[in-house]
Write a protein that binds this ligand. Structure first.
Ligand code: N2P
Length: 372
């Protein structure tokens, strides 16, 4: 063998080695896209310490943002957390999720069969997604500010947001809505005594007809900003995900400010949406094995209990309850008792063809409607 050939072979071997090393390194990376404020402060570090897998972590505040990214393809994400209905259900139909290999997620055995059954309605056999956290969508308000403006305010009702005679009283102290029609429309339909889950042009029209004239009462539509504003006393009434409102309430309690607000949270008596957010792996995920390791880690009772304790959202791992703080376990807005649960509605079905576009158009018109 000539010296030159030897040198060439050695060089080729080196290239091969480097490529293998790069690939091994690649598997030690995980790209996660999750809701904001939806994980423990130390959860990712703990995962990295235990597995050596480095996590790139991005966040969003609306299902619509995640949906747009996933439907374009090649998002680069390995684990995402869509709400089961209608988003995950709809995305499943588009074939963008990988069937899960449950042998790689042994902790899935510990999931609550009731939650799994309700998810199986949109994902037969729970083949593509496992439950992460859940909560209702309700109201958070500044107790003193509301009392001052309306001592007999109907605080347990959607009237707070949707009855023109009530919400107009709070305009001056700041009222906000989540920026998503999939939450606001069922809520106003429930207020109107209509089937909250009806997705027909007629139901949409009913909802928008009631909503449009109210527009000027809402300071803004945003699913993120209200949290610091409500905690800081800059707004007084917000439509929000209950777990986020729990964080707002805690933040306000812990504040050193003399005028820190006293925040109350309600699940309105007319009924409210409840969302199960699932963990799923996109078909084109670059690091599926790391994704499996992460999902399995999050389903460990001590890990998910720690997340629940920090973010105020219930989880679907019954064995975790032994580690969940008593104040959280017994908080009726986080783990609602049976009589409240009976009024929660969850399965907003995937919208019929064309309806999505109608709804998005109506929502954009509402969002950008001129203040009067
Ligand atoms: C997290 C909001 C997630 C709840 N900040 C939506 N289901």
């Amino acid at each position: 063998m000539s010296v030159r050939l030897l040198a060439r072979l050695a060089a080729a071997a080196l290239v091969l080695l480097a490529a293998t090393a790069a690939r091994a390194d690649d598997d030690k990376v995980l790209n996660v896209y999750n809701w904001s404020d939806y994980i423990g402060k130390d959860t990712l570090d703990r995962f990295t310490r235990e597995t050596g897998i480095k996590v790139h972590y991005d966040t969003y505040s609306d299902n619509e943002i995640l949906d747009a990214k996933l439907m374009t393809g090649q998002s680069g994400y390995d684990v995402v957390f869509p709400s089961a209905t209608p988003f995950f259900a709809q995305q499943l139909k588009a074939g963008i999720y990988r069937p899960l290999d449950l042998s790689k997620i042994p902790n899935a055995k510990g999931l609550d069969p009731q939650v799994m059954n309700s998810l199986a309605k949109v994902d037969p056999g729970n083949a593509h997604g496992l439950p992460y956290l859940m909560s209702a969508t309700g109201l958070g308000y500044n107790v003193d500010a509301i009392k001052k403006l309306m001592p007999d305010a109907p605080v347990n009702s959607w009237r707070m947001l949707f009855d023109p005679a009530v919400v107009s009283k709070f305009k001056s102290c700041g009222v906000t809505l989540l920026d998503t029609p999939t939450e606001v429309i069922p809520a106003i339909l429930a207020y109107l005594g209509h089937d909250p889950l009806e997705q027909t042009p007629a139901a949409l029209q009913t909802a928008m007809k009631a909503l449009m004239p109210l527009r000027s009462n809402y300071r803004y539509l945003n699913s993120d900003k209200y949290r610091s504003d409500l905690a800081g006393g800059d707004v007084c009434l917000s439509h929000g995900y209950v777990g986020d409102l729990v964080q707002v309430r805690n933040r306000a309690r812990e504040s050193k400010a003399a005028d820190r607000p006293n925040i109350a949270i309600v699940i309105p008596k007319e009924g409210a949406m409840v969302n199960i957010d699932v963990m799923a792996i996109p078909t084109d995920a670059p690091h599926p094995d790391a994704a499996y390791a992460f999902i399995n880690f999050l389903l460990r009772p001590d890990v998910i209990a720690d997340v629940t304790n920090q973010v105020g959202y219930a989880n679907a791992v019954p064995a975790s309850l032994q580690y969940v703080q008593p104040a959280i376990k017994s908080d009726p807005v986080i783990y609602p008792p049976a009589d409240v649960k009976a009024h929660l509605f969850s399965a907003l079905p995937p919208a019929p063809p064309g309806f999505d576009r109608l709804r998005t158009r109506a929502w954009t018109r509402f969002r950008t409607a001129k203040e009067d």
